[in-house]
Design a binder for this molecule. Structure first.
Ligand SMILES: [Zn+2]
Length: 285
């Protein structure tokens, strides 16, 4: 499933080809995604529109048009957004295709159809974006994302730290893979109740989070799911995972066997030695 690095890599890959180009035609499949295809708005605001910018918020991509409308795309579980020569054949599961005036076609492919496409009309775009952004926690690279913010939100909560990090209201863009990796880097057991974590531990989490995401973006995202970068080249970050998907293998730090447990319905990987679970009570830091 694409997480922040994959979406950011997609954004960086698309940007040079997309910004400044005009969308000459819009084609959609008749399949339903997580929400219905906004056909009327695609026709009204996106077709014949010109792309002014492409931004990212959490795991969403925002194509900002010069007419002030916004095309919002969420890649879901298996989605990818890529540029292809317009003359080339479309693939199965291409659910939205935007023909550009530079001979390329932007195609949103999503086999499992958990992805979503929305259009914010020009008059409402600013209000809708405020509402959308207010529901999400801070971006990991923003100043708002710091130990103090996390510590305040965690106060009194029994929730496991891994689930806490995957809650988009606490921090935007972290999913199952990077949550495991961040906690390994921070030396924190994934089931630690957040109310037990002191500010120093949260500092460790924010630093690990930024370092890891930056490294992943630099490496071109991960190919763990069906992700392909916008240029069709797979990322390589999965080769560097320290715990994710490595159950039974030796910890890269201490040699002890990496464990896999399932909680919150998700597979979780950790090293029991590097990430001990302290059973202390009533320590809200
Ligand atoms: Zn270890």
């Amino acid at each position: 499933m694409p997480e922040l690095p994959e979406v950011e890599v997609t954004r960086r890959g698309l940007r040079p080809h997309l910004v400044g180009s005009t969308i000459q035609s819009v084609h959609w499949s008749n399949k339903r995604l997580r929400s219905p295809m906004p056909r009327k708005f695609l026709d009204l605001y996106i077709r014949d529109g010109r792309v002014a910018a492409i931004d990212r918020r959490a795991k969403y991509l925002l194509l900002r048009m010069t007419n002030k409308s916004v095309l919002l795309v969420h890649l879901g579980m298996s989605g990818n957004l890529g540029l292809f020569p317009a003359a080339g054949p479309r693939a199965r599961h291409d659910h939205l295709c935007l023909l550009l005036d530079n001979g390329l076609e932007l195609r949103f492919n999503d086999a499992r159809r958990f992805g979503a496409v929305y259009v914010w009309p020009p008059q409402q775009a600013a209000a809708l974006e405020n509402e959308f952004s207010a529901r999400l926690g801070p971006e990991p690279f923003s100043d708002e994302f710091n130990a103090d913010w996390l510590w305040r939100r965690a106060r009194g909560k029994k929730q496991a730290v891994k689930n806490f990090l995957m809650d988009s209201r606490m921090v935007a863009g972290i999913g199952n893979i990077y949550a495991s990796e961040i906690l390994f880097a921070a030396g924190i057991h994934p089931q630690t109740p957040v109310r037990m974590m002191k500010k120093a531990a949260w500092q460790n989490v924010t630093a690990s989070c930024r370092a890891l995401l930056a490294q992943a973006i630099k490496a071109g995202g991960s190919t763990i799911s069906d992700f392909l970068g916008a240029d069709g080249e797979p990322g390589y970050f999965q080769l560097q995972f320290k715990v994710y998907g490595r159950a039974g293998a030796g910890c890269k730090q201490c040699g002890q066997e990496v464990k896999k447990i399932v909680f919150g319905g998700r597979a979780t990987y950790f090293c029991p030695v590097c990430q001990p679970l302290h059973k202390r009570r009533n320590d809200s830091g």
